[in-house]
Write a protein that binds this ligand. Sequence first.
Ligand SMILES: *[C@@H]1O[C@H](CO)[C@@H](O)[C@H](O)[C@H]1NC(C)=O
Ligand SMILES: *[C@@H]1O[C@H](CO)[C@@H](O)[C@H](O)[C@H]1NC(C)=O
Ligand SMILES: *[C@@H]1O[C@H](CO)[C@@H](O)[C@H](O)[C@H]1NC(C)=O
Length: 518
Amino acid sequence: MVVLTANFIPSMPRLLIVTVPLFFITCGLFFLPRQYDTSQALLVPMPTDKNFTKTSSTFDVSYQEFWAELATALIESDPQCGPLSIDDNGVGSMIDFMPLQPHKEHPDRLVDFTEEDESALFHAHYAMRRAAQHLAPKLPFTKGKTGIVTTANARYMPIFLVSLRMLRRTGCNLPMEVFIDDWSKYDPTVCDTLLPSLNARCVVMSEIYDTVSSAKQPNHFQYKVFAILFSSFQHVLFLDSDAFPAYDPSVLLSTAPYTTHGLVTWPDFWAQTISAHFYHIAAIPEVPSQSRLSTESGQMLLNKDIHRESLLMMVYYNYYGPDYYYILLSQGGPGAGDKETFVQAALAVGLPFYQVRTPPGAIGRHVNGTFKATGITQADAGIDYEYLHPMRSHIHPEAFWQDADLSHPNPAVDKKLNRTHKAPPSPRPVFIHQNNLKLDPAKVLDDERAYEPDGTPHRMWGSKEDMEKMLGYDIERRLWDVVAEEGCREDQGSEKCRKLRNWVGEVFGWMDSIDRPW
Ligand SMILES: *[C@@H]1O[C@H](CO)[C@@H](O)[C@H](O)[C@H]1NC(C)=O
Ligand SMILES: *[C@@H]1O[C@H](CO)[C@@H](O)[C@H](O)[C@H]1NC(C)=O
Ligand SMILES: *[C@@H]1O[C@H](CO)[C@@H](O)[C@H](O)[C@H]1NC(C)=O
């Protein structure tokens, strides 16, 4: 079951039915995990050398020279003031979005922030802005190449492998570059055998990053932007390791809004908490605090050719994120991270971006009267763009179009012409960001959300009917098939594998064959 933040039940376009993969319908009740068959759908370039990862992590001289120049620019644009701090009084970043109060002020929670500090940030920002302008023409990437980028450390690799299999089950064969921090995170079986069979490759970030010894080491959130920067693709779909599409996302990269804007982001549930000072520091006009929802950066589309300068400013905001920009851009505590750096970078350089307007949905189910969420659904950007979302205002407080919006102002006219009007259905989801219940096959069944309160195994996303209504097929069934496939990959006789197959057999076996009260 999906709960949209606006109280709106989507009626699904009939079109969706077309997308139901037939093999899934005809699949038996007890489906057993099997090796993913790459021979039919995927044309996978097999590694020609043994150390595939080493080859994938060898950057040509254009990358090395560029990174050396960029690192110099970053270091020279170091803000000459102490780290910023905020007092959020426990407010956090979960502030309700209030588009009906368009003039609401930006939150101001910086502590002891002086005009000297602001001026120091302003000077440093201008230095980087000029550097970005000069460096932009040299940004390295392979012209015309499209692919998917993610980052995964050892802990996230098992989760990522589930996401990757979900991606490939949609029929999407875009190449994928999986950035790992350094060789200590390298697993030869995964990187040199498994990933290449799924048209993905590990790239060891330290092989390029560490060529500049003066650059400070990135942390958690900062890897994302560096993975995008060092990837070989011009057209990038970035996915967090725990995010995956429900159907082939390739089309998103060949249609509007991607083709018209070159940067597409998705919304979070909450309002932005950007400090007004950010706009003064970036020397750009202030953007109203309620102009859009804050960004949820589990997925993103970026055209490096158009957004050269934006990307360099994204790097700047992340490089100086923990001490300065994460705090300025998301005054919800230090954990807020990189999410606002992407859109603000485009704003800072005056390039267009499109943030999907359909609010995210919480995916989960009701257990004993309480909604237990496990992840976030994000709408199809193309459908969202065509939907022409109304900004909520005093004359149209609803977030979605209503039947009445299409009717003639004089009801007698519609009546006379025997016309009825139906507002378009709300855009369907394309991505699931399973951020709250991690799908590590070794651990996922330890979570209570995979069971009824009495311990009976149970779906986590609600009924088959709800899934089919939302996406045209029972994605949760596919998901568990994939989780079991991955969980049984190394050893079909393991306890982990047995537990998963049991659970899957229980939930999608006999339970699926009876009329259930839920
Ligand atoms: C591949 O090369 C890296 C770096 O030289 C090394 O650490 C790793 O062990 C190699 N892998 C294999 C399978 O030889
Ligand atoms: C109006 O339209 C409905 C369905 O479209 C139809 O059943 C009905 O006969 C029509 N009435 C008139 C007066 O044309
Ligand atoms: C379900 O909720 C009710 C009321 O909140 C509570 O009394 C009961 O113990 C709960 N049952 C389980 C199994 O958690």
